[in-house]
Design a protein around this ligand. Sequence first.
Ligand SMILES: Nc1nc2c(ncn2[C@@H]2O[C@H](COP(=O)(O)OP(=O)(O)OP(=O)(O)O)[C@@H](O)[C@H]2O)c(=O)[nH]1
Ligand SMILES: [Mg+2]
Length: 246
Amino acid sequence: MYRNQSVSLIIPAHNEEQTINEVIAEFRPVPFLDEILVIDNNCNDRTAELARNAGARVVSESRPGYGSALLRGLDEAKGDIMVLVEADGSFAARDMEKMLVYLEDAGMVMGTRTTRQMLEQGANMRFLLRWGNVFMAKYLELLWLRPEEPRFTDVGCTYRALDRETYSKIRPLLRESGPEFSPAMMCAALLARCRVIEIPITYRRRSGGESKHSDTFSRQLRTALRMFLTISRKWLFDKKLLESPK
Ligand SMILES: Nc1nc2c(ncn2[C@@H]2O[C@H](COP(=O)(O)OP(=O)(O)OP(=O)(O)O)[C@@H](O)[C@H]2O)c(=O)[nH]1
Ligand SMILES: [Mg+2]
């Protein structure tokens, strides 16, 4: 419990047997964490079994994709506060409290991986990926300049926290199944007029296993394009979805 609110940690996982144990081991001692939920997204290795043995609740999601896994996790979580993180060891448990402190002033707190002073050596956030994220974040800012004028420097950071009220507002706008889910969630929160704050967090090298969307240049480019189209589409069309009568 964090200030009388229960906290769930959601970990999407697609074949992360090399890292899932240490991720759970790192987060389990966090004193205010009430639930660790691992979403087994069509793993055909030992991820689910290892996660269960390490003390997590494991839920299977068969619709493929990072977005599908996160959405399922958000739907399944029991906490008043939900924190998303990755199964690859790239995020630090000690940053979680920083998010929760800021969450007292916002509906959603985003991490940013583009603060160079917080990047660990070897983290997959070199020049192109860093500036690509900054560029996309500024594009998003520009679209929402009025009246929200958010301040973002990253659109692909999974590490983020939100409260249940925010989630219930943005849920109808979330349907993206792939990596574009990350910026889609930011857009949805802005469309729903929630306050979104971004804070720098530590970003480490994946501690094992394989990268799924940002290892090669062509994958990065494809992900970037999907994100760009998603942000544009959200801005152009999704407002209407919120306004339309049920
Ligand atoms: N790409 C992908 N990731 C999934 C899927 N389901 C769950 N995930 C998880 O989503 C998280 C993000 O995937 P990563 O491969 O780490 O992607 P990334 O963070 O862009 O790349 P890295 O630099 O390797 O960290 C990981 O925890 C994956 O296990 C899926 O279907 N596809
Ligand atoms: Mg990762």
